[in-house]
Design a protein around this ligand. Sequence first.
Ligand code: AMP
Length: 294
Amino acid sequence: MLVCRTISEIRGFVRQARARSQTIGFVPTMGYFHEGHLTLMREAKKACDVVVVSIFVNPLQFGPQEDFNEYPRDFERDKRLAAEVGVDALFTPPVEEMYPAGFSTHVEVAGLTQCLCGLSRPGHFRGVTTVVAKLFNIVLPDRAYFGQKDAQQALVIKRMVRDLNMPLEIVTVPTVREPDGLAMSSRNVYLGPREREAARVLYRSLKLAERAVAGGEMDVARLLEIVRQEIASEPLAQIDYAEIRSLPDLEPLARLQGPGLLALAVRIGKTRLIDNTILNPGNSGGAGDAFNYV
Ligand code: AMP
């Protein structure tokens, strides 16, 4: 596995692959790999000749009070895991390589970014779309892989790709979970033992909503009441947002008529966790494994 720290090195690798007519799969990450990341890489490996993974903790997508400095990093472990999965090249640029002095161009998707995480984390999606647009221009992938875990992010990236005619396909992969349902996340390491236990409330509340939909409940206010009550039963949990919105436009909904995204952001102590599910009246409450809506 090739490890590149500069844009010119990874471009050289990509150029050679293209010269051999190989297709390129790309998985952008912030590192500190877990099974969610590795699943994206395996999916890329299945569908593409060559897989490139980036590890870049992107300062642009963190707010001034957020955890950019504390964000967990373990490059040696990441390198070993990526090699085991069969990744062909890792791109790990330093911040100055991506944002040299004088950097002043940003990519911003309107509308979709003005709700959910876009409200709680001002500037976050502008940072995400800017870095992902840069990475797409550097890696020139045929397909890029994103997790449903960050459903709003996947929708925003898809919109950017469509609006700017970027010549690649975005593939979304269902959320990979711990055995007790907690969505895997690099930030789960922040949780102490009691907090880790409390964090199960996110998945429990998603499941309660799915069950209510399966039982015929279509009223969004009532569904959200079920979710909020469940989260309120956990003393360490504080809701940042709990909303049900339309797909793929993330418009507010009063009633579920087709698939809707139930999205949660919950603080467990100091750690902010997100999770979501697709509520689908036509599919016994949940969307199942097929994630065709995001
Ligand atoms: P991150 O390193 O957290 O920026 O995540 C990199 C990619 O992995 C993003 O596309 C995430 O949506 C995806 N991802 C993170 N956690 C999971 C998970 N538990 N299941 C599936 N994909 C995930």
